[in-house]
Design a protein around this ligand. Structure first.
Ligand code: PMP
Length: 352
């Protein structure tokens, strides 16, 4: 068909499966195993449905203000979107227009190359070192922008703020995006560097540490000028992206700092305990500072373990891709879920 010649063809990002069977253990998409803050449930139950007649606030002002107050920045420095995927996608569209390749790690969030292809942004990947760390010197080559997650996904490896700063300092003429989807599980945020660098954009999400993947809330913080450019693109794309319930419930989640800190602390404690147990079972992994572990077994291929777990209704993530095809990414669930995983693995590993 002739019209097919002019189709924008893309190979879409493939998200983790979302099966929902009673009794299954879902450790494949890095969701939070605990519910959102109790105030969120209270507010959701009493949601004023008449308000849904109206369009929501297109700038999500109450949520922007709550985030600005929480992170001690001006509201003009905050941009919110429908999950951080929306924020990142808008940022690619807004900032990566030089025609020069943007740079990101070879093993990283697999949406980056998809957005680059979608928007026809050239890119070059920089190989992580043998310990899965970024080599900052790779980011000295000419480029049209830089993006990396910190901690990285799917490895969980955290770069120190010195490394992050070195990359930003080397790239003052382009926008550097630090994707901090997992920073609340033990990372140090690049937000501290915002005063020094006007080319830095820090992206975070409510999907992991704030237990609200289902509501789709993400945000970024940066220099006022960056945010203004980002908003101009967003308002040229779709004005009313973030729905009213998400805006209201998001504010409530930000308000309950005690719950947020307690939940992330619980996940970190479980993660550290599971690390010990996994080592005993013959798994090795980089030291994760995220809410997941990236594990390889000494003798059993990851693909086989993945299938065995799946048959037992335990879902983890596996990619048959270069460099990572012998690893599994396992989200840190509740202690009960992790105990069930460990019990299964003990039994399974024993049979080999
Ligand atoms: N960045 C990274 C590194 C992620 O792993 C994810 C989760 N898939 C996201 C961004 C997007 O998450 P969300 O759109 O739910 O905020």
């Amino acid at each position: 068909m002739k019209w097919e010649e002019n189709v924008r063809r893309v190979v879409p990002y493939v998200a983790g499966e979302q099966p929902n069977r009673p009794g299954m253990i879902k450790l494949n998409t890095n969701e939070c195993p605990y519910p959102p803050a109790p105030g969120v449930a209270r507010l959701a139950a009493g949601l004023d449905c008449d308000a849904l007649r109206l369009y929501p606030d297109s700038s999500a002002a109450p949520l922007v203000e709550a985030l600005a107050a929480y992170y001690h920045v001006k509201p003009e420095q905050v941009f919110v979107g429908v999950g951080s995927d929306d924020v990142l996608s808008m940022a690619f569209l807004t900032f990566f227009n030089s025609g020069k390749p943007i740079l990101f790690p070879d093993v990283t969030y697999s949406f980056y190359d998809v957005w680059a292809d979608l928007y026809r942004i050239p890119y070059r990947v920089c190989a992580l070192d043998e310990n899965w760390h970024i080599r900052p010197e790779d980011y000295r080559q000419p480029n049209g922008g830089v993006i990396f997650p910190n901690p990285n996904a799917p490895t969980g490896v955290l770069e120190g703020l010195e490394t992050v700063e070195e990359i930003i300092r080397q790239n003052r003429d382009v926008v550097v995006i630090v994707d901090e989807a997992y920073v609340d599980f033990g990372g140090e945020s690049a937000l501290k560097l915002l005063e020094k660098y006007d080319n830095l954009l820090v992206v975070q999400t409510f999907s992991k540490s704030r237990a609200m993947a289902g509501l789709r809330i993400g945000f970024c913080i940066g220099n006022e000028k960056l945010i203004k450019y980002l908003s101009d693109v967003k308002f040229s794309f779709n004005s009313y992206t973030m729905n009213l319930p998400a805006q209201r419930l998001g504010v409530e989640a930000v308000r309950d700092d005690g719950y947020f800190k307690a939940t992330t602390a619980k996940i970190i404690a479980t993660r550290e305990r599971v690390k010990e147990e996994m080592r005993k079972l013959g798994f090795s992994f980089p030291d994760s500072k995220a809410n997941f572990l990236f594990v390889t077994h000494a003798s059993i291929p990851a693909g086989e373990i993945f299938q065995a777990l799946r048959q037992a209704d335990i879902y983890v993530r596996y990619w048959d891709r270069p460099r990572i095809s012998n690893s599994l990414r396992i989200t840190v669930g509740t202690d009960g879920e992790m105990d069930a995983l460990l019990a299964f693995l003990r039994d399974y590993v024993d049979k080999f």
